[in-house]
Design a binder for this molecule. Structure first.
Ligand SMILES: Cc1cc2nc3c(=O)[nH]c(=O)nc-3n(C[C@H](O)[C@H](O)[C@H](O)COP(=O)(O)OP(=O)(O)OC[C@H]3O[C@@H](n4cnc5c(N)ncnc54)[C@H](O)[C@@H]3O)c2cc1C
Ligand code: FES
Length: 278
């Protein structure tokens, strides 16, 4: 179990896709849910959303950005090797509803999280307009899959190297001006989600976001993933990870994500030294 069956590097090796054998999880998982993985006995527990599942094959797919020690260790795992633990499915599934026209907005690796939700919304009969963005063309992921999962796809790059030159929120504004949009789902870096919500607030359109709060147990016990939603404390692992974006305290979320920056840098440095020493 938990053997890596497929491994693909994307976005110049900064993002990695792993298809993993996990039949029991693949049978139960729904769009929006996540798993917690550990590479080995002493490894850290890392939450990652399932970008895809195949119940027949008994596999789940994760797509992760290589940002620190644990994701660098994950990247070193090759086809045929195994994750020691994969726990899930965790979190609440996305509430998929037929509403009419919906817009799915994804930034960076957030597109991986957005993909099954986009597909699910289209499958139940919504007209889905997708907007995906990245800093530059080389960092864009899953363009083909998002095209297949939606009725209309817009691509943006910050530097104008591909698609619309500018932010996903520019295109979102244009769409909200001319379409009767019933719901927006925005998933990506915290500042992106914050600005998507600022835009949709002006048009009074319901907006869902997926919060990447720091997690440890993923079961509501440790309190690590607490977030403030509408002035009340919620746990992203069991109450989320999706919430009404207009109620999220994004500034507090950013502060909490930055709390361990120094320790994360030290862990990465020590891991790099160990690797070099062989
Ligand atoms: C429910 C959920 C789903 C996620 N899905 C994805 C996904 O599909 N793809 C993806 O690329 N990333 C996803 N993330 C973020 C991913 O878990 C972190 O990037 C990863 O834990 C970083 O670990 P690291 O040791 O490599 O980096 P570190 O050096 O530990 O940290 C680097 C950065 O990642 C953030 N981070 C560290 N630990 C966690 C943690 N336990 N939870 C969340 N953020 C953390 C830090 O704030 C920091 O900015 C998800 C997070 C959550 C909570
Ligand atoms: S991760 Fe521990 S309570 Fe959510």
């Amino acid at each position: 179990m938990f053997e890596i069956l497929k491994r693909q590097e994307m976005a110049g090796g900064t993002v990695v896709l792993n298809e993993i054998s996990a039949p029991a999880i693949a049978r139960k998982a729904k769009p929006g849910q996540f798993v917690i993985l550990k590479a080995n006995e002493t490894g850290e527990r890392i939450p990652l959303t399932m970008a895809d599942t195949d119940p027949k094959k008994g596999t789940i797919t994760i797509i992760y950005q290589v940002v620190g020690k644990s994701t660098t260790l994950f990247k070193s795992l090759q086809v045929g090797e195994r994750f020691q633990d994969v726990i899930g499915p965790l979190g609440q599934a996305t509430h998929l509803e037929k509403l009419g026209t919906v817009v799915c907005v994804g930034g960076g690796t957030g597109v991986a999280v957005l993909h099954p939700i986009t597909r699910g919304l289209k499958e139940i009969g919504n007209r889905v307009i997708a907007i995906i963005g990245a800093r530059t063309k080389d960092l864009l992921i899953l363009e083909d899959k998002m095209k297949a999962a939606s009725n209309e796809l817009h691509v943006c790059t910050d530097d104008g190297s591909y698609g619309h030159h500018g932010f996903v929120t520019d295109v979102l504004k244009e769409i909200l001006e001319k379409e009767d949009v019933k719901m927006v789902v925005g998933i990506g870096p915290v500042p992106m989600m914050k600005f998507v919500c600022k835009v949709t607030e002006q048009y009074k359109v319901k907006t869902l976001v997926s919060l990447n709060a720091i997690m440890v147990d993923g079961t509501g016990m440790c309190g690590c993933c607490r977030v403030t939603i509408g002035g009340e404390t919620r746990f992203a692992c069991v109450d989320g990870p999706e919430f009404d974006g207009h109620k999220v305290d994004f500034d507090e979320l950013s502060q909490r994500l930055n709390a361990y920056k120094e320790d994360e840098a030290v862990a990465m440095q020590q891991y790099a030294c160990k690797c070099q020493a062989g």
